[in-house]
Design a protein around this ligand. Structure first.
Ligand code: TTP
Ligand code: MG
Length: 344
């Protein structure tokens, strides 16, 4: 069976900054919003991690933990460009390559490939041509390959050999399984379940009765089972965010202030998914108090806050009714695959 490689860049945004600013090499740096504006940390380099700073932490907390932390705004278009270079190198090593986010991808190898050699070549080439390090995991499926790439970060290379799969999986903490979030992990721990080996004594049926779909997932992952099918050339047709309000919005002003929050979320989500919204056309979705729904879009507009404001004002004028849900998003203005390459 061909091996799966999972490649993940080390402290990606921070690594690009360190590459371009050698003076940041040994000092703690982070990319994130400012403390005054209640910003959060996108990521930080490894010196900063030693202070306990991590992604998604409030900037104020990060600065408390590490007062000398150098905080940078970040440069998304540069990171996207670097991401493309990394992905171009990776995709040269396997016919099947699935880009999962801005800094990670899977490659499926054939039986004849030497997985360790290819992993080393990818690491070397990214280091030489792009100037950052990646960590690579090798295993029989995507789940274990992803765990393995994290095993010896940074600049890591770790293989879970087929014959060691069961043993390796059994020793994993349940919270390491993608899809088991912190809340779920705490709930499982309260039930006396902390490691994959704690799941093994239970039958599949018992786990499903007790935990539903999570139970099925736990049954499979604790045995080291996972998919090795790559989703190829997945092109994102659209991206959107929406919110249902506890109390209906009754004025345009209410809608416009709700829009601000949606706009922040849309930007964040598209950045995380590495989608360039500049290539998409904006749309707004409005559901009224009577559950009637309308969608407004404009193929000729680009995505920015001002254009969403205009679409919302138009939607309100079309149906001046109270609003229970507001959504904004972007979709491909052209038929897929014609001119656009969304890289995702
Ligand atoms: P990750 O691969 O999760 O993190 P990382 O590359 O910074 O660090 P690691 O060495 O542990 O892999 O995410 C990739 C990039 O995505 C990261 O550099 C910044 C961005 N990001 C956010 O903006 N917010 C987040 O909460 C996370 C997790 C990542
Ligand atoms: Mg990473």
């Amino acid at each position: 069976m061909g091996k799966i490689l999972h490649i993940d860049c080390d402290c990606f945004f921070a690594a690009v900054e360190m590459r371009d600013h050698p003076e940041y090499h040994k000092v703690p740096i982070a990319i994130g919003g400012s403390r005054d504006r209640r910003g959060v940390i996108s990521t930080c380099n490894y010196p900063a991690r030693r202070f306990g700073v991590h992604s998604a932490m409030a900037t104020s907390q990060a600065l408390n933990l590490c007062p000398e932390l150098i905080l940078l705004n970040g440069n998304m278009s540069l990171y996207r460009q670097v991401s493309k270079q990394v992905m171009a190198i990776i995709s040269g090593y396997g016919d099947q390559c699935q880009v999962v986010s801005i800094d990670e991808a899977y490659v499926k190898l054939t039986d004849d490939d030497d997985a360790v050699l290819i992993a080393r070549l990818i690491k070397e080439q990214v280091k030489q041509l792009v100037g950052i390090t990646v960590s690579v995991g090798i295993a029989d499926n995507k789940f274990l390959a992803k765990i393995a790439s994290d095993w010896q970060k940074p600049d890591g290379l770790y293989q879970v050999e087929s014959e060691r799969t069961a043993e390796f999986a059994a020793a994993l903490a349940l919270k390491k399984i993608p899809g088991v979030g912190i809340k779920t992990a705490i709930k499982l721990q309260q039930d006396g379940l902390q490691y994959c080996q704690d799941i093994l004594p239970f039958s599949r049926a018992d786990l499903i009765v007790k935990y539903g779909r999570l139970g099925e997932m736990l049954y499979q992952r604790s045995r080291g089972n996972g998919s090795s099918e790559l989703q190829l050339n997945r092109q994102r047709k659209s991206i959107s965010v929406e919110r249902t309000f506890a109390e209906d919005l009754t004025s345009v002003d209410d809608m416009l202030s709700a829009l601000e929050e949606l706009w922040q979320r849309l930007k964040q989500r598209s950045e995380q998914a590495n989608i360039d919204v500049a290539a998409l056309a904006p749309f707004v979705k409005v559901k009224f108090a009577d559950f009637q729904q309308t969608t407004l879009s404009n193929q000729h507009l680009s995505i920015n806050l001002k254009n969403y404001q205009e679409l919302i004002i138009q939607a309100q004028q079309r149906e001046p009714k109270a609003v229970r849900l507001l959504g904004i998003g972007g979709r491909c203005p052209e038929p897929l695959g014609s001119q656009l390459n969304l890289d995702f």
